[in-house]
Design a protein around this ligand. Structure first.
Ligand code: UDX
Ligand code: ADP
Length: 463
């Protein structure tokens, strides 16, 4: 079965880059990315490639090559569903904020809406691919909705979870460690799997394309994120111990990471992990375990989140304690707001929680981030609902220049590991700050010896 038109519902951080690379590598397939958000689609269609709605290194070149040739962005969701042989569901699945499973389960309303839209529109057979991270067995619900349309249209459901990390999305898509495709092990299910394998096989070696049943694929995605997040929490769980014993967390990470069974990646101590996936997926895993009565497994995974929350608040507390127990009326500069470098995404960024805690202590936060907009930062803080918007705006100042953000500050906190921070004129920054000038390096990226020579009081995580 060969595919001539693909539709992707959801033009976000996953759908946008993934479809751009699929279109780039398969010029003979028409790829239509649809979203109900007109502004987002307009941004994807913008002539000026600096105005794409998401910032990802290398994405502008991929879009420039494929857009208008075989890659299209549109708000005509129904038209694209009608035309496509294969439909990717790539919509958001946030943690539920209401009802049963509030704060833990994934909110599937957007996914269900997509399934209902597909059921309503389709007049020819379709392969429906789950791209969003979903709880195990979601495919069953999608199947149920699609198979009860009474139109005689045949649907095959596949699970093809995305493993791209933001900031390296294009690289991860172009050279993935593996592609995972799950589907029914029936004759028609296997044919659908093969159709998707062929799309990826235009650039991914076949031995890196893993095929499984639906449930293994869905669970593998949750598990991969849980394992990665667990590594970050594990290293962060050792930082306090290092601080009180004189051990150095970076040395410890290096020493253990050279064991080939452990490996060096994902052992960087930090202010805590953020991003749209880790917390959501673990909470979801915990919820599934609890629902099945598997309390020990649920408690085990929940600890990864508890540790992460602790790391964020501990970092904020360390700033307060070091500044003689009070930050009221003091200016604290933040370098970075994004949840990691090379992205403008701020979802679940530690910055939001650290700023919130410091503002609770009446500190004034002055932020510089190379890619995050002021509107986004205000909206992140307001989203916590700790204070009114007016109160927040009195305590949060956003600068588009790092030197002015740090001018007159008592302390600065490195929240995101942007490379440019290492290239600053630190003498100039020191001269502009109040003394003693403190640096709280939440990513351990700056040169401690050089900064101490200038006169800074430098505190790293886990040293
Ligand atoms: C993650 C997974 O890596 C990806 O496979 C999945 O598809 C989506 O979720 P992402 O959230 O984009 O990707 O970024 P990732 O690089 O995994 O970082 C997540 C968070 O962990 C960031 O806040 C990052 O700063 C933090 N982190 C990561 C650390 O604090 N230390 C590390 O050693 C690694
Ligand atoms: P992700 O990081 O998973 O890509 P995003 O929130 O960045 O998540 O993107 C999801 C996109 O899906 C949003 O732009 C949202 O407008 C879109 N979306 C959600 N539901 C629908 C729907 N039923 N039809 C079209 N677009 C949808």
């Amino acid at each position: 079965m060969s595919i001539s038109t693909i539709c992707c519902i959801g033009a976000g951080y996953v759908g946008g880059p993934t479809m751009s690379v699929i279109a780039q590598k398969n010029p003979s397939i028409k790829v239509i990315v649809v979203d109900m958000n007109q502004a987002r689609i307009d941004a994807w269609n913008s002539e000026d490639l600096d105005k794409l709605p998401i910032f990802e290194p290398g994405l502008d070149a991929v879009v420039a090559e494929a857009r208008g040739r075989n890659l299209f962005f549109s708000t005509d969701v129904e038209g694209a569903i009608h035309e496509a042989d294969m439909i990717f569901i790539s919509v958001n699945t946030p943690t539920k904020t209401y009802g049963a499973g509030k704060g833990m389960a994934a909110d599937l309303q957007y996914v269900e809406l997509c399934a209902r839209q597909i059921a309503k529109i389709a007049t020819s057979d379709k392969i429906v691919v789950e791209k969003s991270t979903l709880p195990v067995k979601t495919a069953e619900a999608i199947k149920d909705i699609l198979e009860n349309t009474g139109t005689g249209v045949n649907f095959e459901i596949l699970s093809n979870p995305e493993f791209l990390a933001e900031g390296t999305a294009v690289q991860d898509l172009e050279a993935p460690d593996r592609v995972l495709i799950g589907g029914d092990q029936t004759e028609s299910g296997l044919k659908a799997i093969e159709a998707l394998v062929n799309i990826y096989a235009t650039w991914v070696p076949k031995n890196q394309i893993i095929t499984t049943n639906l449930w293994s694929s869905e669970l593998s995605k949750l598990t991969a994120n849980a394992f990665l997040a667990q590594r970050v929490s594990s290293i962060n769980a050792l930082t306090e111990l290092c601080e009180s014993t004189g051990a150095n967390i970076d040395d410890v990470a290096k020493a253990i990471g050279t064991d080939s069974r452990i490996g060096p990646k994902f052992l960087k101590a930090s202010v805590g992990f953020g991003g749209s996936c880790f917390q959501k997926d673990i909470l979801n895993l915990v919820y599934i375990c609890k629902s099945l009565g598997l309390d020990e497994a649920a408690n085990y995974w929940e600890q990864v989140i508890i540790m992460n929350n602790h790391q964020r608040s501990r970092f904020a507390q360390q700033i307060v304690t070091s500044l003689y127990g009070t930050v009221a009326g003091k200016k604290i500069g933040f370098l970075g707001w994004a949840f990691k470098k090379d992205t403008n995404d701020t979802r679940e960024s530690a910055a939001i929680y650290i700023a919130d805690k410091l503002i609770e202590e009446q500190a004034h936060i002055q932020v510089y981030d190379p890619k995050v907009t002021a509107v986004q930062m205000h909206s992140d803080l307001n989203g916590l609902n700790s204070r009114t918007e007016t109160e927040n705006s009195q305590f949060l100042d956003i600068h588009n220049n790092p030197y002015t953000a740090l001018e007159g500050a008592h302390a600065l906190a490195v929240i995101t590991e942007w490379d440019e921070f290492k290239t600053y004129d630190w003498q100039k920054i020191y001269d502009g700050m109040l003394k003693p000038a403190f640096i709280f390096d939440g990513r351990n990226i700056l040169d401690q010896a050089a900064l101490e020579t200038i006169g800074f009081t430098y505190k790293a995580i886990g040293r």
